[in-house]
Design a protein around this ligand. Structure first.
Ligand code: IPT
Length: 979
C-alpha cells in the first residue's frame, strides 16, 4: 500500500518548508533563549504511515508513552527496544529507488510541554531552533503544523510568533529515519535517527540583530585590518553600534553594511589564534563576535592565509562519541582537540557535514584551519555508474542550494573556516556547480573545495583522496598553477597507515602541495555488550544488521574509547613543523605558519647504551617561520664502550592552552659512535640425552625444537613467516603495487587480491616443517628444516645454529627461499612460547611505540619499559601489532617467573626486532573482536629478522616497494638467557 497522502512528505525532494526563518549566522546574543533539551515523551512507530494522527493534537494523552532525553539518537537508547544502529559505507541500506524509501521507516514522535513567561508572548518574536535531526522532522506547535525540516546536520529555525501561548505549550516532532533526503546523506557512518542536537526557543526582540556578518581582513603586507560589518535586520534595528576596546573602535552603523580600517592588527592563525572581541549592539540586543583578522586567497598555485602558503597537517573529523553517537559534548570535544594540538595537527575537515557549531567556536579559540563541509553525499550511486545521481538532476537543485546557503550563513563569522567544501563523494553535476557559484558570489573570501569531480572546474583547490605519490606528481603536470591537497589520505584503519613520511617528503618537493587530511580522527565503534554482558565497541554487523560494511567504520588515529594509536605519534613526528636535522651540527627549520621558535627550548641528551651520561641546552636564536638556523653540537666524550646517541628535543618553554611546559613538539636523533664490546667465546657441546638434546642449560626435543632454557619452559624457537593480517593486509579496495606498474597505473596498481588472500593462497598461514638435517657437535646443534604448505611447491629452508656460550643460548638463523615465490612474506620471525604470567618488559631498542619498516619516524633508539599488556594495541579487529624494530636487549619480568633476557646482534640484515604478546599471530587472525580472544595461556615472543611494511591499502596504496618484504635470503642472530 503506497504511503498515505498525509505521509508522502517523506519522499518529497525539497528543502525544509513551513514557517522558516532565512538562514543566518550562529550568534552569541544576549536575548533570552529557552532550552527545550531534556526529557521528552517518545513513541516509536514501525513506519510513518502508522504514526498516530492524533498525536499532534494539544489534548492528546501521552502519559503512557516512553520518555527519551533530547538530544539523543533513539537507536542508542532503549536497549534495542527502539531499534539498533546500522552501519554502511558507500552502500545505501535500502533499495536504490530514489526518492522512495522502505515502508519500514522507523518514525519517532517526540512530544514536549513547555511554559513561557507571559511577557515573551506579549511583545517581540519567537523562533524555534532545531540544530540537527535525522533525517526528516514534521513539527507541530500547539496543534498547528509549522514545518517539515530536512538537512540532518544543518540548522532550521521556524518563526512561531503568535503560536506560542503564555503558560503551557505542546511541541510535537515526528522524526523519520528514512526520507528522500537519505539519498543525499549517504556518508560513511552509522545511520542514527533522532533529535540529536539541541532544540531551543529564542526570544527575538523586534528590531533585534537577526543576522550579522563580520569580515575581518588584514593586509598581509602592512598588517592593517579592515572590518566589514553587514547587519541583516529591520530598518528599525539601526543605528547599530560596533565596539572593540582593544581596537579603540566605536562605530555607529546607520545602514546595513560598513567597512572601517582599524590600524595594524595581529593576525588570526592556527598557530596563534588571536581573537578580538567585538560587541555589536543596538537598543534591544547585543551580540558578541570573536573576530580573527586574516586574508584567505588562492593566488596561482598558492593557497594563502595572511600571505603565507598553508601547510595542512589535517584530520578528517566526524561528530562522534561511542555512547552518544553524534550528540555533541563540549568538554569531550575540547579534550580531543587539545590532543590534536599536542599531536601537531593544525587543520580539520568537518567530514562530511557542518559540525555542531561548538566545534567551530573551539577551532577559533584553539587555532585550527577548518574546511567546513556541506551535508551532501550520494556515494551509493557510484555502483550504478552515477545514473540518476541527485547531483546532476534538476529536481534536486534547490535541495543542494539550500544546504550550501545554510552552511555558509550559519558559519560565515568563523575565522577558522578557510575553505568551503561542497560535500563528499557525490559524483559530478550541475547542482554542485550551482552550489559553487552561489558560494563564490556570497563569500568570495574563502576558496571552494570538492573532491568528487576530477574535472576540477568548479573548485579553487585541486583535491584528491588516497592518491599515491605518483598520482600527485602527475597532478602537478595536469593541473599546473593550481594548489593541490589530499582531502583524505593515510587511512588510519587498524595497524597503519604506513608510508606517511613519503607523502611529507613529496609535499616538500613542490609548493603547490598544501598537505592533507588524515582519514580519520576516531574509530566509530559503539559501546555495546555481548549476550553474556561483556562490554565492547561494536562495528558493522554487531547490531543485527542484515546488510553492513563491517569494521570499515573503525579507521581512526584514536580508538573508539579515545586511546591514541601509535599512528597518532607517528603522524605527529612526521608532520612536526619544527624539523630537527642532527648531522655534524643541529639544523632547525621552522615550518610553522606564523610563529617563531622563541617559545621552544632545544635540549640535548647524550646516552650510552640508552643511559644518559650528559645533558644540555642549545642556544638557538628565535627562528622566523620559513627560516632555518644551525648550531654546533656539544663536545662529547665518546670513548665508553657501547652505542653513543645524541637525542635533541624541541619542547615548549611555557604552558600553552593546549599543552604543559616541556611538551615535546619535535625530536631528532643521531648515532654518534659505537665502541665495540668484547665478546665472550668458548661454547659447550650439544649432547643427545633422553628423547632429545641438551646444550648447556637448554633442552631440545628430538626434532631440535626448544623445550626449556635454564629450567624455564620455553618452547618452539622455529621460524614463522606468518603474521595476523592487518586490515591493510586483508582489504584491497584500491589496487596494489604488487600487480600494477606505478608508471602505467597512476600508482594505484590494478585491482587484485589482498596481501592476506595471496599469503593464504600459498599457505603462509599453515606452513609445515620437515627437518632436513640435525647435527650434534662440540660447537652446538645445527638444525636445517624446510617450511612448506600443503600442495605448495615453493618453500623456505631454515638453518638454525644453536650454541651455548657464557651462560646464554645463542641462535643464528638463516632463511633461504626457493625459486618461484610470487607473494611477499608477512615476516621472518623466531617464535618462542614462554609461560603465561610475565608482566613487564624493558628493552634497549626502538620505541616507545610499535614501529614497522614504513612507520618509524616516531621511534627513537633508547631504553623503554612497559607492561606487556601495553606493548600491543587492542585494535577493533585483532591483528598484527607490537613490532619494535632493532632490538638490542629485552628483559621480561613479573609473575613470579625468572627474568628472561633476549639480546640480538647487528648483522648483515640489521638487528632483529621483537614483539611480546598474550596471544599468537594465529589466535589474533582467528578473532574478529578483542573479546573473542581466549584467556591467555602463554607469553608469545617474536624475534623478527624482518617484517613486511604496513602501507595504507585498506583504502589507498599498498606498501611501497622499499618497505615490502619480498622473499629473499635473510639472516639474524640472537641470544636468550634466564636469570
Ligand atoms: C572515502 C570517504 O570519503 C570517507 O567517507 C571514508 O569512507 C573513506 O573513504 C574510507 O574510510 S571514499 C573511498 C571509497 C575512497
Amino acid at each position: 500500500m503506497p504511503l498515505h497522502p498525509d505521509a508522502r512528505y517523506v519522499t518529497d525532494v525539497a528543502p525544509s518548508s513551513g514557517r522558516l526563518v532565512a538562514p543566518r549566522a550562529d550568534l552569541a546574543a544576549d536575548s533570552a533563549a529557552l532550552s527545550l533539551d531534556g526529557d521528552w515523551r517518545f513513541r516509536l512507530y514501525p513506519g510513518v504511515d502508522e504514526a498516530d494522527a492524533a498525536a499532534s493534537e494539544v489534548g492528546f494523552d501521552d502519559s503512557d508513552w516512553d520518555v527519551i532525553d533530547v538530544p539523543s539518537h533513539w537507536v542508542l537508547r532503549g536497549d534495542g527496544a527502539w531499534g539498533r544502529p546500522i552501519y554502511t559505507n558507500v552502500n545505501y541500506p535500502f533499495p536504490l529507488d530514489p526518492p522512495f524509501v522502505p515502508d519500514a521507516n522507523p518514525t519517532g514522535d517526540h512530544r514536549r510541554r513547555f511554559s513561557v513567561p507571559a511577557e515573551w508572548v506579549e511583545s517581540g518574536r519567537l523562533w524555534l531552533r532545531f540544530d540537527g535531526l535525522e533525517s526528516i522532522g514534521r513539527v507541530w506547535l500547539n496543534g498547528v503544523e509549522i514545518g517539515v525540516l530536512r538537512g540532518s546536520r544543518l540548522r532550521n529555525e521556524l518563526d512561531v510568533t503568535g503560536l506560542v501561548r503564555a503558560g503551557e505549550n505542546v511541541l510535537v516532532v515526528r522524526v523519520s529515519q528514512w526520507s528522500a533526503m537519505s539519498y543525499v546523506e549517504d556518508q560513511d557512518q552509522w545511520w542514527l535517527p533522532g533529535l540529536f542536537r539541541s532544540v531551543t526557543l529564542l526570544r527575538r526582540p523586534d528590531a533585534g540583530l537577526d543576522d550579522l556578518w563580520v569580515q575581518a581582513d588584514r593586509d598581509p603586507e602592512t598588517g592593517v585590518g579592515v572590518l566589514t560589518i553587514e547587519v541583516t535586520a529591520d530598518d528599525a534595528a539601526f543605528p547599530v553600534r560596533v565596539r572593540c576596546a582593544e581596537l579603540e573602535l566605536d562605530l555607529t552603523l546607520n545602514h546595513a553594511r560598513a567597512s572601517v580600517e582599524v590600524g595594524v592588527v595581529e593576525p588570526w592563525g592556527a598557530d596563534v589564534p588571536r581573537l578580538y572581541r567585538l560587541d555589536v549592539s543596538n537598543a534591544v540586543e547585543s551580540v558578541a563576535v570573536n573576530a580573527g583578522f586574516r586574508r584567505v586567497e588562492v593566488v596561482g598555485d598558492a593557497w594563502l592565509v595572511n600571505g603565507r602558503r598553508l601547510r595542512i597537517r589535517g584530520v578528517n573529523r566526524h561528530d562522534f562519541d561511542p555512547v552518544e553517537g553524534r550528540v555533541f559534548d563540549e568538554a569531550l570535544v575540547r579534550e580531543a582537540m587539545l590532543l590534536m594540538k599536542r599531536s601537531n595537527l593544525n587543520a580539520i575537515r568537518t567530514s562530511h557535514y557542518p559540525p555542531h557549531p561548538g566545534l567551530l567556536d573551539l577551532a577559533d579559540e584553539l587555532g585550527f584551519w577548518v574546511m567546513d563541509e556541506c551535508d551532501i553525499e550520494t556515494h551509493g550511486f557510484v555502483h550504478v555508474d552515477w545514473a540518476g545521481n541527485p547531483s546532476d538532476d534538476p529536481q534536486w537543485r534547490e535541495v543542494y542550494l539550500d544546504r550550501a546557503r545554510r552552511m555558509v550563513e550559519r558559519d560565515k563569522n568563523h575565522p577558522c573556516v578557510v575553505a568551503w567544501s561542497l560535500g563528499n563523494e557525490s559524483g559530478a553535476g550541475e547542482n554542485l556547480a550551482a552550489m559553487a557559484a552561489w558560494i563564490r558570489e556570497r563569500d568570495p573570501g574563502r576558496p571552494i573545495h570538492y573532491e568528487g569531480d576530477h574535472s576540477d572546474e568548479h573548485v579553487d583547490l585541486v583535491s584528491r583522496m588516497y592518491a599515491p605519490l605518483e598520482e600527485l606528481v602527475r597532478l602537478t603536470e595536469a593541473r599546473p598553477g593550481r594548489p593541490i591537497i589530499e582531502c583524505e589520505y593515510v587511512h588510519a584503519m587498524g595497524n597503519g597507515a604506513g608510508g606517511i613520511a613519503a607523502y611529507e617528503a613529496l609535499f616538500d618537493t613542490n609548493p603547490a602541495f598544501h598537505g592533507g587530511f588524515v582519514w580519520e580522527w576516531r574509530d566509530h565503534g559503539l559501546l555495546t555488550r555481548t549476550p553474556d554482558g561483556t562490554p565492547f565497541y561494536g562495528y558493522g554487523g554487531d547490531f543485527g544488521e542484515v546488510f553492513h560494511d563491517g569494521s570499515f567504520v573503525c579507521d581512526g588515529m584514536v580508538l573508539a574509547d579515545g586511546t591514541p594509536t601509535p599512528m597518532l605519534a607517528e603522524y605527529a613526528a612526521v608532520v612536526t613543523p619544527i624539523k630537527l636535522a642532527v648531522g655534524d651540527e643541529l639544523t632547525v627549520t621552522n615550518l610553522r605558519h606564523d610563529s617563531s621558535t622563541a617559545d621552544l627550548v632545544f635540549a640535548w641528551v647524550h646516552e650510552v647504551d640508552g643511559v644518559a651520561v650528559a645533558r644540555g641546552v642549545f642556544q638557538v636564536p628565535a627562528i622566523e617561520p620559513g627560516a632555518s638556523a644551525s648550531v654546533a653540537l656539544p663536545e662529547l666524550a665518546l670513548d665508553a664502550e657501547g652505542e653513543h646517541w645524541l637525542t635533541v628535543t624541541a619542547a615548549l618553554r611555557e604552558a600553552t592552552p593546549w599543552a604543559s611546559a616541556g611538551h615535546v613538539v619535535s625530536t631528532g636523533q643521531r648515532k654518534l659512535a659505537e665502541v665495540a664490546r668484547r665478546r665472550p667465546t668458548g661454547s659447550s657441546a650439544a649432547v643427545a640425552e633422553g628423547d632429545g638434546y641438551t646444550l648447556g642449560d637448554a633442552r631440545f626435543d628430538r626434532r631440535g625444537a626448544l623445550v626449556s632454557v635454564g629450567g624455564l619452559d620455553v618452547t618452539g624457537g622455529g621460524v614463522t613467516l606468518w603474521r595476523a593480517p592487518t586490515e591493510n593486509d586483508s582489504l584491497a579496495t584500491m589496487g596494489s603495487y604488487e600487480l600494477g606498474d606505478p608508471a602505467t597505473t597512476g600508482g594505484f596498481g590494478v585491482p587484485g587480491p589482498s596481501s592476506a588472500e595471496r599469503w593464504r593462497s600459498v599457505g603462509l598461514d599453515r606452513l609445515t616443517t620437515r627437518v632436513l638435517s640435525l647435527d650434534v657437535s662440540a660447537s652446538g646443534l645445527v638444525v636445517v628444516s624446510r617450511l612448506a604448505a600443503a600442495q605448495a611447491s615453493v618453500y623456505a629452508d631454515v638453518t638454525q645454529r644453536w650454541s651455548w656460550v657464557d651462560g646464554e643460548l645463542r641462535l643464528e638463523v638463516a632463511v633461504e627461499p626457493s625459486d618461484g615465490w610470487t607473494v611477499t612474506w608477512p615476516r621472518v620471525g623466531v617464535h618462542l612460547v614462554l609461560p603465561a604470567g610475565y608482566e613487564e618488559a624493558s628493552w634497549f631498542g626502538t620505541g616507545p611505540g610499535e614501529n614497522y619498516a614504513d612507520s618509524r619516524v616516531a621511534a627513537r633508539v633508547g631504553r623503554f619499559s612497559a607492561p606487556i599488556d601495553e606493548l600491543t594495541v587492542p585494535y577493533a579487529v585483532p591483528q598484527e601489532t607490537g613490532h619494535r624494530a632493532e632490538l638490542r636487549e629485552l628483559v621480561l619480568t613479573g609473575g613470579g617467573l625468572p627474568e628472561f633476557v633476549v639480546t640480538t646482534d647487528d648483522g648483515s640484515d640489521g638487528r632483529p626486532g621483537f614483539a611480546v604478546a598474550r596471544h599468537s599471530a594465529e589466535q589474533w587472525a582467528a578473532a574478529s573482536h578483542q573479546h573473542e580472544l581466549s584467556a591467555p595461556t602463554a607469553t608469545h615472543l617474536y624475534v623478527d629478522i624482518a617484517q613486511h611494511g604496513l602501507g595504507s591499502r585498506s583504502c589507498g596504496p599498498d606498501v611501497r616497494p622499499e618497505a615490502a618484504l619480498w622473499p629473499r635470503a635473510l639472516a639474524g642472530s640472537m641470544a636468550f638467557r634466564v636469570v
